[in-house]
Design a protein around this ligand. Structure first.
Ligand code: NAD
Length: 353
């Protein structure tokens, strides 16, 4: 269990309490990661945290802050790469009672988690390394301005095939009828183009599941206009990140979007949202996203009954709309909104009722 930083620890407290209230017995192996740990030890992702995940093969993680522009690189990217958590599954389902114009929305985002621009291979402008890249591109007939920073975007056949296969497998196991591959293959022919080519090959092996594809900018528009046309979306890393937040916005906000990072040997469950630092320590933000991530963890652990009871209890609290956090209220400043911890109390009472 990794509480994380910012609002992470208070969200994790709430989540641990409701998970334990299901009656499933947990032996938590608590480890640190994040900006507070960086301030303490100089390492935002201690070896002991990674070792624990390697040993147990399972984790639940609160959000962790990544400094913008400079500073250490993302812990999340490091975790996903180190443990080869190649698929990120983010269901976007609108629960009754949330403020949304898309009350019927029920899609699942499957994001590739290890490749694309997130590999972090960058060349800082003005450095000898950037100049070598610029020279190489020049030799190959291209042109990059001498004052450019450069990022590499590798998308492999291997990485694409396993995540698209996983998306079809998810669709089959969860009674879903369609997979849509999302890309920008009109512009990036050898990266997104490869992703699309491989997706079509994989789709041909699963004739029982409908398949289509869409260019990512068009998806952003279509999803708003005709959300019922979509079921499971499979996307390369960057588009998966952006569309996940769009999906979260459509189901009531980031407070409702849970997720799972899954590989062959390990799985780490975490919300889509970040550390929301401006709310840290205020007992204010919505723990639903992390609790839902806990529900997915219970399912992964074959605790289907506990998962169902917890999801039902959560849905009941949201639907009643009384003991809920500010983001569920018509007016965000509604004094009747409860805090993170009191929301968890309401879920526990519902579980026990
Ligand atoms: P954020 O997701 O932390 O917050 C954006 C806004 O969304 C908040 O200001 C708040 O209005 C709302 N929000 C988020 N979580 C909420 C919740 N549980 N309940 C109610 N409202 C909620 O995004 P950000 O501000 O762009 O990022 C903050 C930090 O988090 C950055 O350092 C970023 O790198 C990091 N981050 C971490 C993860 C992760 O750990 N998996 C994911 C995304 C961002």
């Amino acid at each position: 269990m990794i509480p994380g930083d910012g609002t992470g620890p208070e969200l994790m407290d709430a989540t641990v309490r409701v998970l334990e209230a299901t009656g499933v017995r947990f032996e938590w192996d608590r480890h640190e990661a994040g900006i507070d740990e960086y301030a303490r030890s100089g390492n935002p992702l201690p070896a002991a945290t990674l070792d624990s995940l390697r040993r147990t093969g399972i984790g639940i993680k609160g959000p962790t802050t990544t400094p913008v522009g400079s500073g250490f690189r993302s812990i999340n990217v490091a975790l996903r790469t180190e443990l080869d958590l190649y698929m990120c599954v983010r269901p976007c389902k609108a629960y009754a009672g949330v403020r949304t114009r898309f009350p019927e929305l029920d899609i699942v985002i499957v994001r590739e988690n290890t490749e694309d621009l997130y590999v972090g291979i960058e060349f800082e402008q003005g450095t000898a390394a950037a100049q070598r890249m610029i020279d190489l591109v020049g030799e190959l007939g291209g042109r990059i301005r001498p004052d450019a920073g450069i990022s590499l975007k590798p998308i492999s056949r291997y990485g694409s095939e396993r995540v698209v296969e996983a998306a079809f497998d998810y669709a089959k196991r969860n009674g879903r009828h369609k997979v849509t591959a999302v890309h920008k293959a009109n512009i990036m022919k050898f990266t997104d183009g490869l992703f699309l080519e491989v997706a079509r090959e994989v789709a041909a092996r699963h004739p029982d599941i409908e398949f289509d594809d869409i260019i990512v900018d068009n998806l952003a528009n279509q999803l708003m206009q005709w959300p019922q046309d979509y079921d499971v979306l499979v996307l390369p890393n960057l588009y998966g990140d952006v569309i996940s937040d769009l999906g979260a916005g459509m189901i009531g906000g980031l407070g409702f979007a849970g997720g799972a990072n899954i590989g062959e040997r390990a799985a780490v469950f975490e919300a889509t949202h970040g550390s929301a630092p401006k709310y840290a320590g205020l007992n204010k933000v919505n723990p639903t996203a992390l609790i839902l991530s806990g529900v997915y963890m219970l399912r992964y652990l074959a605790e289907a009954d506990a998962a169902l009871r917890l999801e039902d209890a959560l849905a009941a609290v949201i639907c009643k709309g009384e003991r809920v956090t500010f983001d569920l209220k018509e007016d965000r400043n509604d004094p009747a909104a409860v805090g993170t911890s009191q929301f968890a109390d309401a879920v526990i009472e519902e579980l026990n009722s």
